[in-house]
Design a protein around this ligand. Structure first.
Ligand code: GNR
Ligand code: NI
Length: 176
């Protein structure tokens, strides 16, 4: 397994629509495993392939608490096939928008169809934080970040701050 580098916004690679996986083969399984390792290392509850610079429709999630057994779920080509009318608001964070949080409204429950690591079609019904997380990850596959669901004022503020941190880092690297 290998740990991958997580892209931070603003980055054009986070805004692209990712391509479907043709079939889940050894290469995709390796990607899924590397993504799980990267997610655990970053202490995230989900990760989408575009966040590690790979424009493929692959996501991993694990919403188990620290005191529970790990429950990693790996999905290729995940699709929402049903969503509840009921909505919920959750304070979201994103590994590609480090240290920024905002309340996002989404359907409270969803049904997802996807390919598992054996390339089998599966469905999963999710609610609560799992539903929120899976929708957040599928958004990444469509080039959408949680800040795209909030006011443009808040979004621009967050992106500007991240841009500033990026420029500072680059300047530091140049003089190091
Ligand atoms: O670690 C994460 N926490 C989180 C909290 C609320 C809603 C969504 C998430 S996903 C995020 C990891 C991440 O950026 N996945 O793309
Ligand atoms: Ni994210």
């Amino acid at each position: 397994m290998a740990k991958l580098e997580i892209l931070v916004a603003p980055d054009p690679r986070l805004k692209k629509r990712a391509l479907p996986v043709e079939r889940v083969d050894d290469d995709i399984r390796k990607l899924m495993d590397d993504m799980v390792e990267t997610m655990y290392d970053a202490r995230g509850i989900g990760l989408a392939a575009p966040q590690v610079g790979i424009s493929k429709r692959v996501i991993v999630v694990d919403v188990a608490r620290d005191d529970e057994e790990p429950q990693p779920i790996q999905m290729a080509n995940p699709e929402v096939i049903w969503e509840s009318d009921e909505e919920r608001t959750y304070e979201e964070g994103c590994l590609s928008l480090p240290e920024h949080y905002a309340e996002v409204v989404r359907p409270e429950a969803v049904k997802i169809r996807y390919l598992d690591r054996e390339n089998e079609i599966r469905t999963l019904e999710a609610d609560d934080i799992l539903a929120t997380c899976i929708q957040h990850e599928i958004d990444h596959l469509d080039g959408v970040l949680f800040v795209d669901h909030i006011s443009s004022l808040k979004r621009n503020m967050i992106i500007k701050k991240l841009q500033k941190v990026k420029k500072q880092r680059q300047a530091e690297e140049a003089t190091a």
